[in-house]
Design a protein around this ligand. Structure first.
Ligand code: ADP
Ligand code: MG
Length: 253
């Protein structure tokens, strides 16, 4: 079975700053893959590399069997053109800590935007799907509200619906609940749990260890640009092997 994401010795630097120092990992289709680690360890950078927002400097990174950023012909690699990158990015949904909704559009318009603008889909088709998706994230009654009229948790659920509207094969979540008031976190995690149950492949950067334990299939602890430890969430969380993992977990659990 082709891995949904495969990283082999992935390095990324920004100028002299060496951020990812040889990441090796594999995410299987339908897997909920949780990524934890201290601030600055390179988690967001890694997600951005998967989503073509950053180019890696060394190693190989594959999404669904395809090399990210390059086309392989024989043993030669050619950089993808912007239009080719745009096509690849359609298949990957990303949800950020800050919801980044379009402020001048209603919830349903936010969800319809990419299918209509990027795929050229008919508005009626996009609207019908957006209604289904808003229903799925529990916000049918907020379709006509603007982001400023929604709570952070509601905005984040619209952001998830918006990402799903492109029918991605992979969803990346970058600390989706970190900016939320504690009482709003549960609704967002419930939506993510539902997605997991439906078999969506998800990489989730999170500090929600309860979610990782209950929903995650795999857990990776990253520190200073390397994978320190990985395994089943229950094992890593209850029986961490490395001092750095133990020390991190003692602060967040
Ligand atoms: P995490 O998500 O684990 O907190 P990040 O991937 O956001 O970590 O950042 C890792 C390091 O990379 C940080 O030191 C950050 O300052 C640096 N970094 C991230 N993006 C850039 C950039 N575009 N230019 C320079 N440095 C960056
Ligand atoms: Mg981050």
């Amino acid at each position: 079975m082709t891995a949904m994401v495969k990283a082999e010795g992935v390095h990324k630097s920004f100028g002299p700053a060496h951020i990812l120092k040889g990441i090796d990992l594999e995410v299987a289709p339908r897997e909920v893959f949780c990524l934890i680690g201290p601030s600055g360890s390179g988690k967001s950078t890694f997600l951005r590399c998967i989503n073509h927002l950053e180019q890696i400097n060394a190693g190989r990174l594959y999404v669904d069997g395809d090399l990210v950023g390059y086309r392989q012909k024989g043993d030669k690699l050619y950089e993808l053109k912007d239009s080719e990158v745009a096509l690849k990015r359609r298949d990957i949904g990303m949800v950020f800590q800050r919801f980044n909704l379009f402020p001048h559009m209603t919830a349903i318009e936010n969800v319809m935007e990419a299918p209509v603008q990027v795929k050229g889909e008919a508005k009626a088709v996009a609207r019908a799907r957006a209604e289904r998706l808003l229903d799925r994230v529990g916000l049918s009654d907020k379709a006509r509200n603007y982001p400023s009229q929604l709570s952070g948790g509601q905005q984040q659920r619209v952001a998830i619906a918006r990402a799903l509207a492109m029918e991605p094969k992979l969803m990346l979540f970058d600390e989706p609940t970190s900016a939320l008031d504690p009482e709003l976190v549960g609704d967002v995690l419930d939506v993510m749990r539902g997605l997991a149950e439906e078999g969506m492949t998800m990489i989730v950067v999170t500090h929600e260890m309860g979610f990782a334990r209950e929903v995650g299939d795999a857990l990776v602890f990253m520190d200073d640009g390397v994978v320190v430890e990985s395994g089943h969430p229950r094992d890593v969380l209850t029986n961490p092997q490395h001092d750095r993992t133990k020390s991190f977990l003692s602060k967040v659990l």
